[in-house]
Every structure is written in structure tokens, then in C-alpha cells.
Write a protein that binds this ligand. Structure first.
Ligand code: DLL
Length: 432
């Protein structure tokens, strides 16, 4: 059995990590200045030149990049290498506006594969594993990223892509998949289907690597228990490469950011001010090793906390908490900030599964919030009065978590559409 593991990098001292970051940052700023006129102009407007950036301490002097910049510069405006040196593009789904495209040289793909390999190893993966990848393949980074990582680890890789649940389950059983990679909502759906078909004893899964969308600790426990696996979180975004920017280890208390490739900062999402370590705020990344699409100080919109507490796994790279939601996902209902993840936590604590939908509307100039959640089959066979009592309990629990009233509708099992990729859980009719 071989383990693809790089303790000299992943467990390096803080001094060593900083030395890598300082050296690579200086080089990267020069590369961008020389090759990306769009960013050079932004630096000039801020009165900063490459000589001003001598170490990570100078990072705050650089201008931010946002998704709007990426859209404005679409498609080639932020490219830092000639097209002849690029071998791949990937793209965001474009659900919140014009698509964003990211470019990769072969070197960039190798580094990305490496980051995903680290995630698979941290989940216990070795060359004896059968890695079942049902993130979407194609423009979405999920499938290609985990596929590349799985190859590096030497797993037998099943490039399933998403959808066709019957075929997923057949291959899972026939080929003895041991590691499952998909979105947590699809994992929950697969778990439900395995249970219904009585396949639990026929599957050999031991670990899951789930990410690309927010999921709560309660949902983790639910999936772990239903599939009999350990479920690990993985985070990333197309702009910064894709999955594997950070990943969870056996401690399951946050995701190690691959600091030899990415420098993370936490800023106040309103003022842009850099916040001290341990503060909650918006995550900003600077990629220091990418060649084709090297973004400096990219604002992710993801809200989280960074921690440098020693990790029992021995890895020394900084950990980020699960994103507590995106600053642009946050709903403002009757003037109150509501994150969908808070609602999910309440529902799972109350014994429901993650099959729910949040409907927001405005009636007579006042915001309304309705949460529809599926009953489990056991709840569905309860007396009507018990269902009404349960509804009241959820209303009270939501009121206590959010501070506002939410109408709750318990709906029949299987009545909310299942997701094979990222789940659409919020319908905000105020925006339609
Ligand atoms: O979702 C990349 C990815 C693929 C990550 C597979 C993990 C696994 P995008 O489609 O560009 O890329 O979406 C990026 O998804 O800014 C977060 O808001 C959200 N996101 C990604 N991973 C997580 C996670 C991929 N583990 C956006 N928890 C990010 C919560 C996540 N949100």
C-alpha cells in the first residue's frame, strides 16, 4: 500500500510556510504586473508598484479583485500566459450572472491535482481505494479536480459524473467503491436510495469527500450514519482553481488551506479592512503558484473564520471553518440577516432530513418567510394532531434561532425535488 503524502509540505513549520509565501508572492506580483494590464492598471490606480510588495505583510497594499472584475475582463482580460501555453478552461455555472472562465497551464493542472490528492489522502485514501467521483464533469471543476487527485493518489478512479442514480449504485456495488466524491445533497440522495433498495450491506464505502455547497454538521452526521462512512468536507472555487483549495483531515474541525499555493486573509465584507486572526469575515485568496490565471486578493464572498490552533493530524496549514454562508447568499428578511445554513441546522436538529426549501416573498410591503420540509416516512404516518404539534415545534425553534417568525409546512416524503449537483434551496420571489 502506498500513501501519496507530503509531510515536508503539509506539516512544515510556520517559518517555512511564510518563507515560501514571501518568495512566491513577490514573484507572482511581478508576473501579474508584467502580463495582466487589467490588474496593473488597478495597482497603478492604488499607487502601488511591484517593488512595494516584499512580503506577506505588504499584501494589504494590493487592490482587491471581485467577481465583477472577472466579468468585466471576460474572457481573456486576466490571462497571464499566452493562450498557446494554456491547456484547459473551466467555468462557473453562471447562475448569478455571466459565466466566469478560468485558464490552466499544464503546471496549474498538476498543482490542482496535487491539492485534490492531499484531500483524498486526508480522508484516508491510498492506491488500494476505488474512488467514485460523481461530481459533474465538464466545465464544472468538481469532477475534473477530484478525478485528477484520485489519479495522483493511485486510486482506481470511477469517472461517473452526476446523475443516473441506478447506474451509480450498480457500479458502487459491482466495483466496490470505497471513497465517494459528490455534493453533500447528492450524497444524501444516494444514501436515501441505498436505504430504500436495501443495498447498505452490499456497499463498501468508507469515506466521502463532499463539498461545493454549504452543509451543516447535522447533515454530516446524518450522511455518516446512513452510509456508515466518515464524511470529509472539501472547499474550493473555480476562480482559484476548483476543489482542493482546502480540505478536512481526520480531526473534522475545519479545512486546511493549501498555504504553499494560496494566501488567505479575512476582511470586513463592508469596509474591506483586514481583520485580526480568529475574526469572522469574508475570505480573500491570493494564488501564489498559478501561472495562467493568478488572482491576487480575490474576494470569495464566503464568510468564515481562520484558525491556527495546532491540529492533531500534524498538518500545520491554517484551517478555515465551514463557510457560514456567502455574503451574497444572506437573506435580509424584515431587516434581519438570515443564512440558509441556520435554517438547515434547526431542521436537522428537529429530526428532519436536508430535503427542504426556503420561500421568501413580499406581501403588502412586508417580507414573508416560509420553510417547506419533508417529513420522514415515520412522521408521515403520525396522527394529524402530532404533525401540527411538530410544525409548532419547528416554528418555535426557528424563531429562537433567527429571531423572526417563519411559516412552516411539513410536506410528504419525496415531494421536494432531489439534486444531483448543487441544491437550489432558496426561492426568493422578491427578486423575480
Ligand atoms: O464548487 C468547487 C468545488 C467542487 C468545491 C467540488 C468542492 C467540491 P464553484 O462552482 O466555483 O466551485 O463554487 C464555489 O461554492 O465560493 C462557496 O460559496 C461554495 N463552496 C464550495 N465548497 C464549499 C464547501 C466549486 N465545502 C463556491 N462548503 C464557493 C460550503 C462551498 N460552500
Amino acid at each position: 500500500m502506498e500513501r501519496y503524502y507530503q509531510p515536508e509540505i503539509e506539516c512544515a513549520s510556520r517559518e517555512q510556510i511564510l518563507a515560501w509565501q514571501n518568495e512566491r508572492l513577490v514573484k507572482q506580483v511581478k508576473h501579474v504586473w508584467d502580463n495582466v494590464p487589467y490588474y496593473r492598471k488597478k495597482m497603478e490606480e492604488k499607487g502601488v508598484a511591484p517593488e512595494d510588495i516584499r512580503s506577506v505583510d505588504d499584501l494589504h497594499k494590493l487592490p482587491f479583485l471581485t467577481k465583477d472584475d472577472l466579468r468585466e475582463a471576460y474572457p481573456y482580460g486576466l490571462l497571464a500566459k499566452p493562450l498557446k501555453d494554456c491547456v484547459r478552461i473551466q467555468s462557473t455555472s453562471g447562475t448569478t450572472g455571466k459565466r466566469v472562465v478560468a485558464f490552466y497551464t499544464q503546471h496549474d493542472i498538476d498543482l490542482w491535482d496535487d491539492c485534490c490528492a492531499r484531500a483524498i489522502v486526508a480522508a484516508g485514501g491510498t492506491n488500494e481505494d476505488v474512488c467514485h467521483v460523481c461530481y459533474g464533469y465538464g466545465l464544472f471543476t468538481g469532477g475534473p479536480g477530484l478525478n485528477g487527485g484520485s489519479h495522483k493518489v493511485g486510486c482506481l478512479t470511477l469517472p461517473m459524473s452526476s446523475g443516473n442514480t441506478d447506474r451509480q449504485l450498480q457500479f458502487m456495488v459491482d466495483l466496490g467503491s470505497t471513497i465517494l466524491c459528490c455534493t453533500p445533497s447528492y450524497a444524501a440522495y444516494l444514501a436515501e436510495s441505498i436505504h430504500e433498495r436495501g443495498l447498505r450491506d452490499k456497499i463498501k464505502l468508507k469515506a466521502g469527500i463532499f463539498g461545493a455547497e454549504a452543509w451543516s454538521e447535522e447533515m454530516r452526521r446524518d450522511i455518516e450514519q446512513k452510509l456508515g462512512i466518515t464524511a470529509y468536507d472539501i472547499y474550493g472555487l473555480t476562480e482559484i482553481s476548483g476543489p482542493g483549495v482546502s480540505f478536512e483531515c481526520s480531526a473534522q474541525t475545519g479545512m486546511h488551506i493549501n498555504e504553499d499555493h494560496f494566501i488567505a486573509e479575512i476582511i470586513d465584507p463592508v469596509t474591506g479592512e483586514v481583520l485580526p486572526e480568529g475574526s469572522k469575515g469574508e475570505l480573500v485568496f491570493t494564488s501564489i503558484t498559478k501561472e495562467a490565471f493568478p488572482l491576487l486578493r480575490y474576494r470569495t464572498r464566503d464568510i468564515c473564520v481562520l484558525s491556527r490552533e495546532a491540529c492533531p493530524c500534524g498538518r500545520t496549514h491554517v484551517k478555515m471553518s465551514k463557510p457560514m454562508g456567502r455574503s451574497d447568499d444572506m437573506l435580509i428578511i424584515k431587516g434581519v440577516n438570515v443564512f440558509p445554513s441556520q435554517i438547515e441546522t434547526v431542521l436537522l436538529e428537529q429530526g428532519f432530513t436536508a430535503n427542504y426549501q426556503i420561500l421568501v416573498d413580499r406581501v403588502n410591503n412586508s417580507d414573508t418567510l416560509e420553510v417547506q420540509v419533508e417529513m420522514t416516512p415515520e412522521m408521515f404516518s403520525d396522527q394529524l394532531s402530532q404533525v401540527a404539534d411538530r410544525e409548532k415545534q419547528v416554528v418555535a425553534a426557528l424563531k429562537s434561532m433567527l429571531g423572526i417568525y417563519a411559516k412552516v409546512r411539513l410536506v410528504a416524503p419525496k415531494s421536494i425535488q432531489r439534486s444531483e449537483g448543487k441544491a437550489v434551496r432558496v426561492i426568493d420571489k422578491r427578486k423575480i
